[in-house]
Ligand binder design. Structure first.
Ligand code: SF4
Ligand code: SF4
Length: 413
């Protein structure tokens, strides 16, 4: 017999609901524990990774009414945003849409993702408006002055993404690696949290629906539709939430060889209403294929799985005593989240692995997966040189969601 949302809600109210994080369920599976629908009411799933389709819609005051006619160009810390759609003529107000991938006109390493992280950290943001009546307004603001600030993700939580490799001799710059990817077959980058991902645990969207409540970067939000390029085989979601309630740990910038990107973290509960829904949550990384594409044209040329890709450590170990103070520090130059500047800031670290693959003196050590490929009748082992998803952040948000449901703070629908 199945269960109902009403019944699960009653159990939550009585403090009797059996809620597990997705990592707990996978651990139980690996320990060969028996799991039935009587043992599990909700599984909290999550993912964290680069999500290029992220925009912020904001509204704020920049001057007294009548100071300028209408904004033509808007820059926040040098990052261009698109004014509108509302014109706010002569009101001293602007509405803007800011892309998470927008690049600063002053600093090619700084973009929308880094800016949103700075806004959430309550830093002072420099604002420049160029108006249609040829005026330039310079001011500054902090999050409390931004009346409306909502994130809309047009393509989030992609189920089962891809890995990329360069079969050619030429280094290839792309958004899939912090530096031009070296070849032939020198390293592999990949995205996707595999068995933790909400859509991997509910692939036919039995419980994940339009209107379902979710956590986006720690803020309560909602699924507002299917994402762009979503298909039944490779679904993704369109999601919205209020920036004011987000935690800067879960959202930020990520430098790539083709400009700054943005990462987000999403958690979604899966109520276990019947055996089919439970069975879907019992998938593990070894059963989730990871196609490997040629970085030049995204043609699939090989495949592996998420178990192999995610082997190793979640974070690097740091040995500052080994540092030779090189004239040019490759780690500081390459770290995509700017987590290393003389010392390692673990709050900013994404666990991508680039530092361990770059420092010649093993100041950073981190084990990452190695993928075996067949090429030219030879078997070669290719190391993962960059992870563009972060299971540590995903697991943390899955835990946060579990506690919020248990405490009655998060609605189940
Ligand atoms: S590359 Fe390694 S050894 Fe050289 S300065 Fe950077 S951390 Fe130190
Ligand atoms: S793993 Fe290394 S390169 Fe990657 S974010 Fe952390 S410190 Fe930076």
């Amino acid at each position: 017999m199945g269960k109902t949302i009403k019944g699960i809600k009653e159990k939550i109210e009585k403090g009797e609901a059996q809620i597990f994080t997705v990592q707990q369920i996978k651990e139980m599976l690996r320990n060969q524990e028996r799991i039935s629908i009587d043992d599990v009411d909700i599984v909290t799933t999550a993912t964290c990774g680069i999500m290029s389709g992220t925009a912020a819609i904001m509204h704020f005051k920049v001057a007294e009414p009548g100071k300028f006619k209408k904004a033509k160009k808007v820059y926040l810390n040098g990052v261009p945003a698109t004014p509108g759609p509302c014109p706010n003529e002569n009101l001293g107000l602007v509405d803007i849409i800011l892309y998470g991938t927008s690049t600063s006109i002053e600093n090619p390493d700084y973009g929308g993702g880094f800016l949103l992280n700075d806004i959430l950290k309550r830093k002072e943001i420099e604002v420049i408006i160029e108006s249609t009546d040829s005026k330039t307004i310079k001011t500054s603001l902090t999050l409390d002055k931004i009346k409306t600030a909502r994130i809309i993700g047009t393509r989030m939580a992609y189920k089962n993404y891809m890995a990329f490799i360069n079969p050619s001799d030429e280094p290839i710059p792309s958004i899939f690696n912090p530096i031009p990817m070296e070849g032939p077959y020198k390293g592999l980058s990949f995205s996707g949290c595999g068995e933790l991902n909400p859509l991997q645990n509910d692939p036919t969207m039995e419980t994940i629906k339009i209107g379902s409540p979710i956590l986006l970067n720690g803020a309560p939000g909602m699924i507002i539709g299917e994402g762009t390029r979503s298909t039944p085989e490779k679904p993704n979601l369109m999601i919205a939430a209020d920036l004011h309630h987000m935690n800067p740990y879960y959202i930020g910038g990520f430098r790539t060889a083709a400009g700054p990107e943005i990462f987000n973290t999403i958690a979604i509960p899966i109520p276990i209403l019947n055996k089919k829904i439970l069975a879907n949550t019992l998938i593990t990384n070894d059963n989730i294929p990871l196609p490997i594409a040629d970085i030049r044209d995204r043609r699939i040329i090989n495949k592996t799985n998420y178990k192999i890709a995610w082997m190793g450590d979640e974070r690097p170990s740091y040995h500052p005593q080994r540092c030779a103070n090189c004239e040019k520090c490759l780690v500081a130059e390459r770290c995509p989240t700017l987590a290393f500047k003389n010392t390692l800031d673990l709050e900013k670290c994404f666990g991508c692995g680039m530092c361990a693959n770059s420092c010649p003196n093993n100041v950073f050590e981190m084990r990452t997966g190695k993928v075996t490929l067949q090429t030219n009748n030879k078997s070669i082992k290719v190391p993962v040189v960059c992870r563009q998803s972060d299971i540590k952040r995903a697991k943390k948000l899955a835990e946060e969601l579990k506690y919020r449901i248990e405490s009655g703070e998060f609605p189940i629908r």
